[in-house]
Design a protein around this ligand. Structure first.
Ligand SMILES: NC(=O)c1ccc[n+]([C@@H]2O[C@H](COP(=O)([O-])OP(=O)(O)OC[C@H]3O[C@@H](n4cnc5c(N)ncnc54)[C@H](O)[C@@H]3O)[C@@H](O)[C@H]2O)c1
Ligand SMILES: [Zn+2]
Length: 360
């Protein structure tokens, strides 16, 4: 098992990464203030992991009850949040009850927000079960729900007591979801870690076969990169925004195609290619670097061909993405592999050309 610590003063916490961690209840137990927990999960994960986790907790004499939500991004909303509050109140949960999020980013975000707000804040533990949530959403303390007028519009920064990433849970994850998570892994190499990018190029085949030690290393290095960025800028006033590489393009694609048609990571992969394309036009990225990015994304089975969306629609959607300064969209762009900038200092005609590319 590997342990990383997110250093945020009194809000610091460990991330445990390894194989078979779900049965190692002492990891959970050592962070409990009271032997009372509520597990939030969904209908897909409950039959796979919930009974096992409850049994392990019972063996350690920990009182536990569970809240099972419907599965899907559409349920990351007020209704689900209230189901959690209702259950916590009915079970008379106090300040020292710990909430456990057992699931992907949807469950993690909503459970974290419930924990941030119930009784003005109770402890919570993340047990992320998708690759995306293990390398991204469970780290950094962003929690929240969607509003009908916008994604992730209601939320709070709230850090967990610990994160337990068990790679064994990835065995039941659909391949497409695994690939989508890899887009975020590759992102870390691109924005700030050339060595990691090179390591990914070397080990991509083994990673796609879910070789345990490679997977643990990839998750650890991803979390370390995210931790470094979050430690510098917990509330996203600066450098944390580089974590959005490919996301302004990607969010526009998700939105234009209809949420759920493209997985988030798939849309981000196209967004990463768009950022690379624009960076190459600006001569901030060489042809060789550009092709390396393309090749790696392709090996992960991520879609590389952009969907057909009109230029006007792209620009309209991208302008909605909270990142417009003086009428110009701020983008995360590459300055070589392993370095990135947040800038609106690019040539507008190159952005337009990039948005009209039919094939990279
Ligand atoms: N808080 C953050 O910093 C942050 C960062 C990135 C993304 N997010 C959020 O995360 C969410 C996306 O997370 P996600 O990609 O994990 O999606 P998800 O939580 O919807 O999970 C994807 C699918 O896989 C299923 N699943 C999860 N684990 C499984 C397993 N082990 N075996 C079989 N099936 C499994 C889920 O039930 C779901 O159907 C979005 O809501 C996004 O806004 C948050
Ligand atoms: Zn993302």
């Amino acid at each position: 098992m590997k342990t990383l610590t997110i250093q945020l003063k009194e809000r610091s916490y460990p991330i445990y990464i390894g194989k078979g961690l779900l049965s190692q209840i002492q990891l959970i137990e050592s962070h409990l203030k009271q032997k009372h927990v509520a597990i939030v999960t969904n209908k897909t994960l409950a039959p796979l992991y919930l009974d096992r986790l409850i049994n392990f907790l019972h063996q350690h004499k920990i009182k536990v009850f569970s809240i099972i939500l419907p599965d899907g991004e559409t349920y990351k909303n007020q209704d689900s949040l209230h189901l959690i509050y209702d259950a916590l109140l009915k079970e008379k949960c106090e300040r020292n009850t710990t909430l456990i999020a057992l699931g992907g980013g949807v469950i993690g975000d909503i459970t974290g927000y419930a924990a941030a707000t119930y009784l003005r804040g109770i402890p919570f533990i993340q047990i992320p079960t998708t690759l995306l949530s293990q390398v991204d959403s469970s780290v950094g303390g962003k929690t929240g729900i969607n509003h009908s007028l916008g994604k992730n519009m209601i939320g709070a920064f709230y850090q967990p007591q610990c994160v337990i990433a068990d790679i064994e849970s990835l065995k039941t994850l659909p391949q497409r979801e695994f690939s989508a998570g890899m887009a975020e892994v590759i992102k870390y190499g691109l924005i700030r870690d050339y060595d990691f990018f090179e390591w990914l190029e070397k080990n991509i085949d083994g990673l796609m076969q879910q070789d345990a030690s490679l997977l643990i290393e990839a998750i650890e290095r991803s979390c370390q990169n995210k931790a470094d960025v979050v430690e510098m800028d917990e509330h996203e006033s600066g450098v944390r925004a580089t974590l959005n590489l490919g996301h302004t393009f990607g969010h526009a694609i998700e939105n234009a195609m209809g949420y759920g048609v493209w997985l988030h990571g798939e849309a981000v992969a196209i967004g990463i290619m768009m950022a690379a394309h624009l960076s190459r036009l600006m001569q901030w990225l060489t042809d060789d670097e550009y092709h390396r990015i393309f090749n790696l994304l392709q090996k992960v089975n991520l879609p590389i061909d952009p969907p057909i969306i009109s230029l006007e629609r792209y620009l309209a959607l991208m302008s909605m993405d909270k990142k417009v300064v003086n009428g110009k969209i701020r983008l995360v762009l590459q300055k070589g592999i392993g370095d990135s900038v947040i800038t609106s200092d690019y040539d507008e005609k190159y952005l337009r050309a990039t948005l009209q590319v039919k094939k990279f």
